[in-house]
Design a protein around this ligand. Structure first.
Ligand SMILES: Cc1ncc(C[n+]2csc(CCOP(=O)(O)OP(=O)(O)O)c2C)c(N)n1
Ligand code: SF4
Ligand SMILES: [Mg+2]
Length: 351
């Protein structure tokens, strides 16, 4: 049932963005997820972010694994490139695609089971390599698609729908991404689009590995009392460290803010993140402090959201490997073949 296309009819007065597309042009087919599933709100935030960024849909490659979360790329960016990989294997397929064609904008969409359980090794390596991508985990603490088993991000002590407490320690993907070297790390909540949309926009414009963990309640299997990933629990325990405004590079930045209340962070393309500090002395430029802060607040039962860490001088895997700038499919034989003389020299040096 994931193929139900939306009607093509558009109201003639729908607003278009700078590249001539309406918001509808960034949507996908009709969602078949449960009504109220947090994942649908994340899809809507991705649609809005890409429309506001004036991204041409054919310039995006969206990749996912397996799960309700990994189904969601069908429900947004219907005119973009898509690849639904094997469970937990999205990061390696994304890495390969990115190395072959750096001209596309890479969006990896995954679940907590997909990334923290079966795909944990894959998650780790694409973060530490600095693949230029926006990696979103739609985190509900359960395997929604296979009927609600605890995933590796379920908090210890959190209760299943049948009242059984999780006895295992949980994996916090934000702390892991910070430790692994991701250069943009944030946490959002599917029920807070005002925070999530600018986070996604900033992550897309970030050069390097950008990770967003979005707490996304599963209304079918993990939205009851005793769950730490329910709508009620997250609303009551959400502690935002900042609010973001994303200013695209083409806009002239004229507004000034009083010192101490707003931090401006420049991105590679000239766009600017304006961070409205909510937490006392929170510095998103300090990786170690970010890890400590998340863990410390967790011990007080708080879920810290917002932009937790960003490296203004980030670089990506292409810079580390010094790869050719053009996509591989745009290289001709003369670019690829060094010639008999150079080849002989190379072979001689390897003897
Ligand atoms: C190799 C493999 N193992 C197990 C499964 C069964 N399976 C499908 S989805 C899933 C878990 C999905 O959980 P998550 O990534 O959290 O997505 P959600 O449905 O919660 O959004 C599992 C275990 C599978 N499809 N392939
Ligand atoms: S089972 Fe859970 S995660 Fe899957 S669509 Fe339903 S509410 Fe969403
Ligand atoms: Mg899940």
């Amino acid at each position: 049932m994931t193929y139900i296309a939306k009607p093509k009819l558009h109201h003639p007065s729908l607003v278009t963005n700078a590249v001539g597309y309406t918001r509808r042009d960034y949507e996908g087919t009709v969602s078949t997820l449960c009504a109220g599933c947090g994942h649908d709100s994340i899809s809507a935030a991705i649609v809005q972010a890409c429309w506001e960024l004036d991204i041409e849909p054919h310039r995006v490659a969206k990749l996912s694994g397996i799960g309700c979360s990994s189904k969601t790329p069908t429900y947004f960016l219907g005119n973009s490139h898509g690849f639904n990989t094997v469970h937990g294997r999205m990061p390696s397929v994304l890495t390969g695609a990115n190395l072959a064609n750096r001209d596309l904008i890479y969006l990896g969409v995954s679940g907590d089971g997909d990334s923290a359980s079966i795909g944990l090794g894959q998650f780790a390596h694409c973060m530490r390599r600095g693949v230029n991508m926006t990696y979103i985990v739609e985190n509900n603490g359960v395997y929604g698609l296979t009927k609600g088993q605890f995933s590796a991000t379920a908090d210890k002590g959190s209760k299943s729908k049948r009242g059984i407490a999780n006895t295992d320690e949980s994996i916090d993907l934000v702390c892991l991404a910070l430790q692994l070297g991701a250069t943009f790390v944030a946490r959002g909540f599917s029920g807070d689009k005002g925070q999530l949309i600018p986070l996604i926009k900033a992550a897309i414009r970030h050069q390097g590995a950008a990770f967003i963990d979005v707490v996304s309640p599963c209304v079918a299997f993990n939205n009851h009392a005793g769950s730490t990933k329910s709508y009620d629990y997250v609303r009551e325990h959400n502690e935002a460290v900042n609010r973001i405004d994303f200013v695209p590079s083409r806009e002239e930045i004229t507004v000034e803010y009083p010192a101490g209340e707003v931090v401006s962070v420049s991105q590679h393309d000239g766009s600017v993140l304006r961070l409205h500090k909510l937490g006392v002395d929170y510095d998103p430029g300090d990786r170690v402090r970010a890890i400590n802060y998340v863990v410390e607040r967790q011990q007080h039962g708080e879920i810290v959201t917002g932009l937790l860490y960003v490296d203004e001088d980030s670089h990506d895997l292409h810079a580390s490997l010094r790869t050719v700038e053009r996509p591989l499919n745009a290289l001709a034989e003369r670019d690829l073949c060094p010639g008999a003389e150079k080849l002989a020299k190379l072979n001689a040096s390897l003897k």
